[in-house]
Ligand binder design. Sequence first.
Ligand code: NAP
Length: 302
Amino acid sequence: MEKYDVVIIGAGPAGLTAAIYASRANLEVLIIEAAVNGGKLSKTYEIENYPGIESISGLELAEQLTKHGQKFGAKLISGEVKKIEDKKVVLSDGREFEAGALIIATGTKERTLDLPRADEFTGRGISYCAVCDGFFYRNKEIAIIGGGNSALEEALYLASLAAKVTIIIRRDVFRADASVIDRVKANEKIEIITKHVPNALVIEDDRISGLQIRNVDTDETMVVPCKGIFPYIGADPCTDFVDPAILDDKGYIIANNDMSTAIEGIYAAGDCIRKDLRQVVTACNDGAIAANSIIKYLKEKA
Ligand code: NAP
C-alpha cells in the first residue's frame, strides 16, 4: 500500500490549495479526484471575485490551479473514494492509500431536477453546465430554475447566446449577490418569473419544447416555451463516504477553525464543510489552513 504524509480527497480550489501548502512544506502529498480537476470551477463561465484577477474563465482558473497544485511535487490521481478506515483511504476500484493525515475537500454536487422524465432528457434538453452546453441553444429560448448566484451568473452567460432566457424562482426574492441581480434585471433578454416552480416537461417529437410551471400561491400552471432547461437549484455536499459522526444534519462536515474535525488526523476544507460563505477564495482559505494545521499535527506526532 502506498503511504503519503497527506492524502487530499478532491482536486477543487480547497484541495489544490492544500496541496500547494503541504508540498511546499516538503510533505508527500497525494490528491485524489473522482471527477474533473478544478471541481465546479471548470463548469463556471466566469469568475470575477477572485482577488487580484479581475476576470477569468472558470476553466482557465481550474487548469491553472490544477497545474499549481502539482508544482511542488504533489501527485494527482483519478479515483473515487469508497471509504475511509482510520487514516486509510479505500477507492472503489480497490486501491488503498495510507495517510499521516487526511483532508476531505470534495465540494458539493448540484441538485437535479425532480420531474418525470428529467433523467431521460438530461444531456438532450436539460443541462447542469451552461458553459459546456450553452452553445447548443444559441438563438433559442432557455429556462433557468433558481435564484442563487449560480443561476443568475449562468443566466447572464446564456443570455449572450440565447434568443431569450426565462428565470423561474419559487419565492419573490433572489439569493444571489446584489450586483448580479442588478445585471440580470437590466438584461433585456432575461425575463424573471417569480413564485413559480417547475411542474412538468413539455415534450414534442421526443424533444423538450417547454417547461410547465406552477404558481405556488394559486396552483395555476403556465408553459414557458424553451428548448433548453438549466436547473441551478442548489447543491448538496459530497460526503457519502464520510463518518456521520462528523457531519451536520445536511451532510456538511463540521470543521473547527483550524479545519480539524472530531476525528484525529482528519481535516476538511472547502464547500463540503459547514459554513456561511462558499466561494473560490474561501475554499482556498480553508485549504491553506488545513494544510498548515496538518504540518503542525505531523510535527507534533513525529
Ligand atoms: P443556492 O444559493 O442554494 O440557490 C439555490 C436556488 O435554487 C435558490 O434560489 C433556491 O430557492 C432555489 N431552489 C432550491 N431548491 C429548489 C427547488 N426544488 N425548486 C425550485 N427552486 C429551488 O445555490 P447556488 O446558486 O448553486 O450556490 C451555491 C453556493 O455557491 C452558494 O453559497 C453561492 O453563494 C455559491 N456560489 C458563489 C458564486 C460566486 O460568488 N461568484 C457563484 C456560484 C455559487 P430559495 O431561495 O427559495 O431557497
